[in-house]
Unconditional design. Structure first.
Length: 190
C-alpha cells in the first residue's frame, strides 16, 4: 500500500488559505510576509520531491500550480512525476501538456484504489477541500506541517469540522527554527 502524505504550510489556528499570495484572500502571501526566511526551515520541501513518486491535487490547486510550477526550477522534481487530480468537473482538455503525465480521478474510491497500487509515497500539496475529504475518509497516512507563528482567523482550513471519531496521530519528527516556524511530521495511527 502506498503512503499518502499531506504537506501544508499552516497557521497556528489551522488556516492553509493562499500561503503563496493567491488572489481573493485578505491575508494572501502570509508565508512570506514578516517571517524571516531560513532555508533550513524548508528542507523538508526538497526531501518531499526526492521521496515522493506521485502527486495528488484537487482541481483548484492543480489549476494554480500547473500554471506556475512546470517552469520553476525549485519544483523541477515534480515536473516528471505522475500527477493525479481529484475532480468531478475537469476534462482531459483542461490539463496542461508541459507538466508530465496527469490522470483525473473522479472519487475518493479512486484515490483509495490508487493507494493500493505499487509504488512509493504520494504527496498532496494545497488542496484544502481535498485534504479535508481525504482525512475524513481515513486515507491520509502522514502529515508534513510547517507551522507558522501566525493567527489568521478566517480562511480555508486543513482539517474539517466534521463530527467524527478521534483520529490519533504520532509525532515522528519535529524541529523548531529561529524564525518561529515549526516542522511537525505526524503519522496517522490507523
Amino acid at each position: 500500500m502506498r503512503t499518502l502524505i499531506s504537506s501544508a504550510f499552516i497557521s497556528l489556528d489551522g488556516v492553509v488559505d493562499s500561503p503563496g499570495g493567491e488572489p481573493g484572500y485578505r491575508n494572501a502571501g502570509w508565508t512570506f510576509k514578516g517571517v524571516e526566511f531560513l532555508p533550513e526551515a524548508f528542507d523538508i520541501k526538497g526531501r518531499e520531491q526526492r521521496e515522493a513518486t506521485a502527486m495528488l491535487l484537487g482541481r483548484t490547486s492543480y489549476e494554480a500550480f500547473s500554471a506556475v510550477w512546470p517552469g520553476m526550477e525549485d519544483f523541477a522534481g515534480y515536473k516528471v512525476m505522475p500527477k493525479y487530480v481529484v475532480s468531478t468537473t475537469l476534462g482531459a482538455d483542461d490539463l496542461v501538456t508541459n507538466w508530465g503525465e496527469t490522470t483525473i480521478l473522479r472519487s475518493l474510491d479512486e484515490v483509495a484504489a490508487l493507494k493500493e497500487t505499487r509504488g512509493g509515497p504520494i504527496i498532496v500539496h494545497g488542496s484544502a477541500s481535498l485534504n479535508q475529504a481525504l482525512s475524513d475518509a481515513g486515507l491520509i497516512d502522514r502529515y508534513h506541517l510547517i507551522v507558522f507563528p501566525l493567527l489568521l482567523g478566517a480562511g480555508k482550513r486543513l482539517f474539517s469540522t466534521t463530527d467524527k471519531d478521534t483520529q490519533k496521530l504520532k509525532l515522528v519528527e519535529h524541529e523548531t527554527y529561529g524564525n518561529g516556524l515549526q516542522k511537525n511530521v505526524f503519522d496517522v495511527v490507523h
